[in-house]
Design a protein around this ligand. Structure first.
Ligand code: CAA
Length: 380
């Protein structure tokens, strides 16, 4: 779509588009069917420097702006939602908070490892009994001398089973409510840390979603991210930014579904003419394209505001809400246009429909996005 992108943004987007089409499209259906994490794609992205898009150059990143980053996520999402969410999480909820709240030493060690692709990252907030209620976590980090001992279980953690570096939210002082939450950087080989069950999901099956278990996991104070008690603020600010990435993933996925529907409707003959010549189909395509652009514009606005350093709670929640709900309608219509062919695994739209479902859930449900938007407009 036309938008006021800079030449650099267009070049970056086109580079990722070429990569996605050449390297990811051929395996996207297979990793979905086998629920296989695409390590080979991650290796290739590492070679291209696509695992440290937004990190400062000083720490091995490419330091592109947020708009370029979400254009990249959109292009990945257009062919493979699993790759898009893997990469989005690795950047938005892991590298970003380390870049903003980390010490120089933490950036030199962890941000560099993430940005260069030496390690993948995961963000461990959700628990068996705490999803939308982020302050309802039960994981604790209890002081033992200078160290902290972490105990708790995290559920549904994207990249959990493949990450080398995990950000973990835990209570350091339960009596202070949400002001008693802190964040920690945990390395995969830390004693007391282990990966539990890998989830068998409806969609985004090529992305790893695992349970993480912390049993007397000893962490030095050097690995606390931010100050004690700053954890809730870190997670809220982080999610404000990362929700734009989910919006971009949904926009990309919807574009993929539209591409497939346009192509199919021009090939498929019924009543002696291509489907695309029927007004019923044209209206569906028109609605799909219009809603996709509306969602994309919301996401681009949030990205531009983020680049300007503005507060984006409302704008990112709006983008995530609208884009993730929009992609349900668009993938539904894409299947409708394909008819029975859309209902079988041979056609990409079947996968797109299942992948779309996750976007209204992770990084805050649609209900949470509405709550964030409403609180902001009522307060302002
Ligand atoms: N930025 C900075 N501070 C913020 C903030 C923001 N966006 N939002 C809230 N805060 C501050 C408030 O100002 C308040 O501070 P004070 O106490 O100093 O006044 C404090 O945080 C508490 O705010 P609330 O009273 O609004 O908190 P709440 O308990 O009502 O919860 C919520 C707010 C928006 C519902 C929050 O719990 C939330 O976002 N829940 C959803 C969690 C979520 O998105 N989980 C997704 C998991 S991560 C994931 O999916 C990644 C993946 O792997 C794919």
């Amino acid at each position: 779509m036309d938008f006021q992108f800079t030449e650099e943004q267009i070049m970056f987007r086109d580079m990722v588009r070429d990569f996605a089409r050449k390297e990811i499209t051929p395996i996207a259906a297979e990793i979905d069917q086998q629920a296989r994490f695409p390590h080979e794609i991650i290796e290739k992205m590492k070679e291209l420097g696509l695992l440290g898009m937004t990190a400062p150059e000083e720490f091995g990143g490419a330091a592109v702006d947020e708009l370029s980053h979400i254009l990249a996520i959109e292009e990945l999402g257009r062919v493979c939602s699993s790759t898009a969410i893997t990469v989005a999480v690795h950047h938005s909820v892991v590298q970003e908070p380390i870049a903003h709240f980390g010490t120089h030493e933490q950036k030199s060690k962890y941000l560099r490892a993430l940005a260069t692709g030496a390690s993948l990252g995961a963000f461990a907030l959700t628990e068996p009994d705490a999803g939308s209620d982020a302050a309802g976590i039960r994981t604790v980090a209890v002081r033992d001398g200078d160290d902290y001992i972490i105990n708790g279980t995290k559920n549904f953690i994207t990249n959990g089973g493949v990450a080398g570096i995990i950000l973990v939210a835990a209570y350091t002082d339960k009596s202070k409510g949400h002001k008693g939450i802190s964040f920690f950087i945990v390395e995969r080989d830390t004693p007391g840390f282990k990966v539990g069950k890998k989830e068998d999901k409806m969609g985004v099956r090529g992305s790893d979603t695992s349970q993480l278990i912390f049993e007397d996991c000893r962490i030095t104070p050097d690995n606390r991210l931010g100050q004690e008690g700053e954890g809730f603020k870190i997670m809220m600010q982080t999610l404000d930014g990362s929700r734009i990435g989910v919006a971009a993933q949904a926009v990309g996925l919807a574009r993929g579904a539209l591409d497939a529907a346009v192509h199919y409707s021009q090939e498929r003959m019924q009543f002696n003419k291509p489907l695309a010549q029927f007004q019923a189909i044209q209206f569906m395509l028109a609605d799909m394209a219009t809603e996709i652009d509306a969602a994309a514009l919301l996401a681009y606005r949030a990205a531009v505001l983020k680049d300007q350093g503005r507060k984006i709670s409302k704008e990112s929640a709006m983008a995530k809400l609208y884009a993730s709900e929009m992609v349900q309608r668009v993938t539904y219509k894409a299947i409708q246009i394909h008819g029975a062919y859309g209902y079988i695994k041979e056609y990409d739209v079947e996968r797109f429909y299942r992948d779309a479902r996750a976007t209204t859930i992770y990084e805050g449900t649609s209900e949470i996005q509405r709550l964030v938007v409403a609180r902001n407009i009522l307060r302002d």
